[in-house]
Design a protein around this ligand. Structure first.
Ligand SMILES: Cc1cc2nc3c(=O)[nH]c(=O)nc-3n(C[C@H](O)[C@H](O)[C@H](O)COP(=O)(O)OP(=O)(O)OC[C@H]3O[C@@H](n4cnc5c(N)ncnc54)[C@H](O)[C@@H]3O)c2cc1C
Length: 433
């Protein structure tokens, strides 16, 4: 597979928050003239940092944040291969990749096999539908960039259709979001902001949109202290977002969402953001152990039961000592794990021991778009500190800047930030096509 078969082959599957950072750092360290060749496989040809997907879906962020894998690979001395992994043979040390199809269904690249010496699984997660009837057929998801762009297109079309309709005054465009975690809450605030902007641009003079969040728990944002959750709840109510708490979804139909108490909440657009799991195919990887949400079980060094296979990010079930639970599926965990595995793989090539990963929780932040950002910061000395407003917004943005610095370096990140500022001043604040 490689030009020099003596080189140690590192294969990373999934170039998201964790995988792209690892491929970049390993490529730079080992790829050029080092003792290893680094290959990244991803099902998509471009990357957008996943926590930005609700902004892509709302139309407030576009292709400008996309990173082309081939360009990133060329600049950072790793190889990129486009394809979707579907299987593994641990004895042969090979992964199997499905044929890549074009838009019309024709085969562009046939089924392939890649061999590895070290394999890193970082394929992220998908929405968990909990097998509830109708969810897969009638809801939209924000698992991939493609889905986020698809949502944005449907949203604009729905606005236009609704605006042109003579019944608009009687029946507003209705959007229901299932799940009041960070994704659902952030998306609802973004969508509210967008309806205001559409009114500004004259597409929808009256912001005639009804937003509803449906949540089984009685408190939104379970990761935040109840004081902050209550403050967020008040802000959402102030924006006119209908919160249906303590309501378990039992079925989704074309018309709407049915809850356990028999209510049918009508919705033109339905978004499912009620929990995650690793993709189903991860449970079929030649005997690698998985947990109840399909995550690969790893020890504290991020190693699976196979000495040559590691897993990180959302698809890994990594213990969080003293907490009796696993490391949560978060971008900050993905970022930290990529840094740990980088050191472990360098150690591995030099015959040294792997490094133990300890999750450092720096807190959780939730952005309500232009309205506010709330969250808590954790510090060993300070304990938990609640923050809001401008400071919270700056800290929230810094998580993305850390990802950008990891994949572009400081100089290019500064240049990209500046060019985006200029671009934003000249373009509409939302995408309207
Ligand atoms: C809308 C939204 C908002 C969020 N906000 C926050 C936040 O504010 N803070 C926070 O900490 N976390 C947030 N998260 C969670 C965060 O995005 C994830 O925890 C993080 O992206 C996990 O990183 P990862 O590398 O494991 O997976 P991902 O970043 O999802 O990357 C997985 C990659 O694997 C690829 N892939 C999948 N299957 C295959 C296959 N079969 N073959 C090849 N490649 C494959 C995908 O194309 C993708 O590039 C948010 C998530 C969403 C959806």
């Amino acid at each position: 597979m490689g030009d020099n078969n003596k080189k140690h082959k590192i294969v990373i599957v999934g170039g998201g928050a964790a995988g792209l950072e690892l491929a970049t750092s390993l490529g730079n360290k080992l790829g050029k003239r080092g003792p290893a060749e680094v290959m990244l496989l991803d099902a998509s040809s471009t990357h957008i940092w996943k926590p930005l997907l609700h902004e892509v879906a709302a139309g407030t962020l576009g292709e400008t944040e996309e990173v082309e894998y081939l360009n990133q690979a060329h600049r950072n001395h790793f190889r990129f291969r486009l394809g979707r992994m579907e299987g593994l043979d641990r004895k042969k040390k090979e992964i199997y990749v499905s044929p890549t199809l074009g838009d019309n269904g024709e085969e562009l690249i046939p089924r392939r096999t890649f061999s590895y010496d070290t394999l890193v699984m970082s394929v992220g997660s998908v929405s968990n539908t909990f097998n509830i009837k109708g969810v897969a057929e009638h809801c939209m998801f924000l698992d991939t960039t493609l889905q986020a762009f698809k949502f944005q297109k449907q949203l604009v079309e729905a606005y236009i259709r609704n605006h042109a309709s003579i019944n608009t005054a009687d029946k507003p465009l209705s959007i229901a979001i299932v799940g009041a975690g960070a994704t659902g809450v952030e998306l609802s605030a973004q969508l509210h902001e967008v309806t205001d902007l559409l009114a500004v641009y004259g597409l929808d003079e009256s912001s005639n949109v009804k937003l509803t969040i449906i949540e089984a728990a009685t408190q939104l944002l379970p990761a935040l202290p109840s004081k902050l959750a209550t403050a967020t709840q008040q802000q959402l109510v102030k924006l006119g977002i209908d919160l249906k708490m303590g309501r378990r979804v039992v079925e989704v139909t074309r018309e709407g969402i049915k809850t356990h108490d028999g209510e049918m909440i009508e919705a033109d657009l339905k978004v499912w953001a009620a929990g995650i799991k690793a993709p189903n195919w991860v449970t079929q990887l030649d005997g690698l152990e998985t947990n109840h949400i399909n995550q690969l079980v790893v020890d504290q060094t991020l190693k699976t039961s196979d000495d040559d296979i590691f897993a990180m990010g959302d698809c890994a079930a990594c213990p969080w000592p003293d907490h009796n639970e696993n490391v949560p599926p978060r971008a900050q965990a993905a970022h930290q794990q990529a840094s740990t595995l980088y050191k472990t793989i360098i150690n591995r090539l030099n015959g040294r021991a792997p490094i133990k990963y300890v999750y450092r929780d720096y807190g959780s932040l939730v952005s309500l778009g232009k309205y506010t950002t709330v969250g808590n910061l954790m510090g060993n000395l300070m304990g938990t500190v609640s923050i809001g407003g401008f400071i919270a917004r700056v800290v929230y943005l810094s998580l993305y800047k850390m990802h950008q610095v990891a994949i572009h370096g400081y100089f290019r990140t500064a240049m990209l930030t500046l060019s985006n500022l200029f671009r934003r001043s000249a373009h509409a604040k939302i995408k309207m096509h």
